[in-house]
Design a protein around this ligand. Structure first.
Ligand code: ATP
Length: 538
């Protein structure tokens, strides 16, 4: 599948629109249309249900070291600015970027690639934003153009090394920017804080500056004590949160993959330090399985453990769940979710102050009276274990997923085309979205075959019966074949048709989206039939 085809379908059938489209759009922001809102809600709800409400704390799930509890939170998007100081986001949440003086475009320094080329006595670094084969081709074309050569003279170009990151290049004067015609148009890399800044209240001075949260996780850490005190949860337990996060990404791109406003689904799982490696492995595998169970079963999905060198200083393990999105170069994968063993870093930071990544244990700053100056909240975020009579700071396992990236992966995986016979038996191309029934915007569509002979009335009665239970769609316009195609394109797994036979024996046709299998059921049994189909019982 080409990405363009999916983007076009998303627009045509109301999954995704560019934000503020009638004003020319706003880069990095997206709106979910009538189908998209249902799809993304279903992704979120499947996550919440599977992780939180359907979790049974009485028994250990498969692969878990033991039983555990789960609960949830919904925190404010704007938090006390000190939260971001202590979490490290204020000081560390930077990307380096370069600006092109010629094209006026801005690029993330580590996402510009290029290779050294020499011809006609000149040597420079020709860049591209693409990787792999596409990147090689683009750099060749740009170098040819720069030297005024034709494709047949490509052997005049002498390449020195493979595609490498712009970060390896010291001399910006020797760089041909990704969209520039002249050398040296890129600025030196500059730091860029990814947090969106805003001002609280009417005054608007620096003292009222605040930030939109760049992740939902911190709301969970700062409420750790509140959850402990207001519920009876005991270790090990997890707190889940779904909500919007904002990052002023320098180069938003690839549809919703890298947006500036997006939604996260995060769990902070608190456990005893000695048990944390086992819990880490459980969550890594549990989260991977979740995507597989919802249909990302192809070899485009993978679980990648980070190398020791990639780990944060406090982490003993991190894994990414990745998907080979169609817009990525061959062999490239994009992150859907990260599962990190975070030790006691976060709770300790909010309790005692920001940890300096280079010094451990924590250096407590002293004030002029020699008293510790708390950069954290100063609140005790430790846990008292009533069984062992020990007090300690729990360790944290963090499965952190993106609702938009997951939705995009489900959209990419679902898209397919096949050929089916039309009403006259002629093979015709159809596009279908093979969503898992739990994720499909509509679970079923109800049609009268024709708009006469009492068929619409029967179909409307079935529709009314289904509606309180499932999101279903009623359609009596246009030819039956076209109505089926429209439902295939939005991924409705079942269509129920009232036809001539319904009027004589009271049965309707049920049609399966993927196999096109059709069978008959009594018209009064539709609710039960759809329920059993969705539950995978039939
Ligand atoms: P990336 O390296 O792709 O920027 P990240 O490692 O910074 O991602 P995390 O901070 O681990 O991402 O955030 C957890 C999840 O939130 C990611 O796995 C992703 O699904 C989602 N996410 C992060 N940034 C974005 C974004 N700009 N747009 C959409 N989703 C995002």
């Amino acid at each position: 599948m080409e990405m363009d085809q999916l983007v076009a379908l998303c627009k045509r059938r109301g999954f995704l629109f560019q934000s503020s489209e009638i004003y020319g759009g706003l880069n990095g922001f997206w709106d979910y249309g009538p189908m998209g809102v249902e799809l993304k809600r279903n992704v979120r709800e499947a996550w919440w249900r599977d992780m939180v409400t359907a979790h049974n704390e009485q028994t250990a799930p498969a692969g878990a070291p033991g039983p555990y509890e789960m609960t949830g939170l919904d925190c404010a998007i704007i938090m006390h600015p000190q939260v971001w100081k202590c979490s490290g986001h204020y000081d560390l949440f930077h990307d380096f970027m370069v600006d092109c003086r010629e094209s006026k475009h801005r690029y993330r320094h580590d996402q510009v690639w290029g290779r050294w080329v020499e011809a006609r006595g000149q040597r420079f670094f020709v860049t591209t934003e693409a990787l792999g084969h596409e990147g090689l081709e683009e750099t060749e074309q740009r170098a040819l153009k720069f030297f005024g050569l034709r494709a047949k003279n490509a052997d005049e170009l002498v390449w020195d090394g493979p595609l490498v990151s712009l970060t390896t290049v010291d001399d910006s004067a020797k760089v041909l920017g990704p969209e520039a015609k002249a050398l040296g148009s890129l600025t030196e890399p500059r730091e860029f804080n990814l947090m969106f800044k805003t001002y609280i209240g009417a005054l608007g001075g620096e003292e009222s500056a605040a930030f939109l949260r760049p992740e939902t996780a911190q709301g969970i850490f700062v409420n750790f004590k509140n959850v402990l005190d207001s519920t009876r949860v005991r270790l090990p337990f997890g707190i889940a949160q779904v909500g919007k996060s904002f990052r002023n990404e320098i180069t938003p791109r690839n549809f919703t993959f890298r947006s500036r406003e997006f939604e996260q689904m995060e769990i902070e799982f608190f456990c005893r330090p000695g048990e944390s490696p086992e819990w880490y492995r459980y969550w890594r595998d549990r989260r991977f399985r979740w995507y597989v169970e919802l249909g990302l079963s192809s070899d485009r999905l993978r679980l990648r453990d980070h190398e020791a060198a990639e780990l944060s200083h406090y982490s003993t393990g991190t894994a990414d769940i990745e998907y080979a999105f169609p817009f990525m170069a061959q062999g490239e994968f994009g992150e859907l979710e990260g599962i990190a063993h975070r030790g006691d870093f976060d709770l300790r930071s909010h309790m005692e102050g920001k940890l300096d990544p280079k010094t451990r244990p924590l250096e407590v700053e002293k004030d002029e009276h020699g008293q510790p100056r708390h950069r954290g909240s100063g609140r005790d975020l430790s846990y008292f274990d009533a069984d062992t009579k020990e007090r300690f700071i729990p360790h944290v396992i963090e499965p952190s997923a993106g609702a938009d990236r997951a939705t995009l992966a489900f959209l990419c995986e679902a898209y397919c085309e096949d050929e089916v016979p039309d009403e006259n038996g002629k093979p015709t191309k159809r596009t279908l979205m093979k969503f898992h029934p739990r994720l499909a915007p509509y679970k079923a569509a109800v049609f009268p075959l024709v708009r006469k002979d009492g068929m619409p009335e029967v179909a409307q009665a079935i529709y009314a019966e289904l509606k309180p239970h499932f999101n279903v769609f009623y359609d009596e316009k246009s030819a039956a074949g076209r109505r089926y195609r429209r439902q295939d394109e939005i991924g409705t797994p079942y269509c129920i048709t009232v036809d001539g036979q319904t009027l004589t024996d009271g049965t309707v046709t049920v049609r399966d989206r993927d196999s096109l299998r059709q069978w008959r059921v009594p018209k009064d049994a539709c609710v039960d039939e759809i329920r059993r189909l969705l539950a995978g019982e039939l």
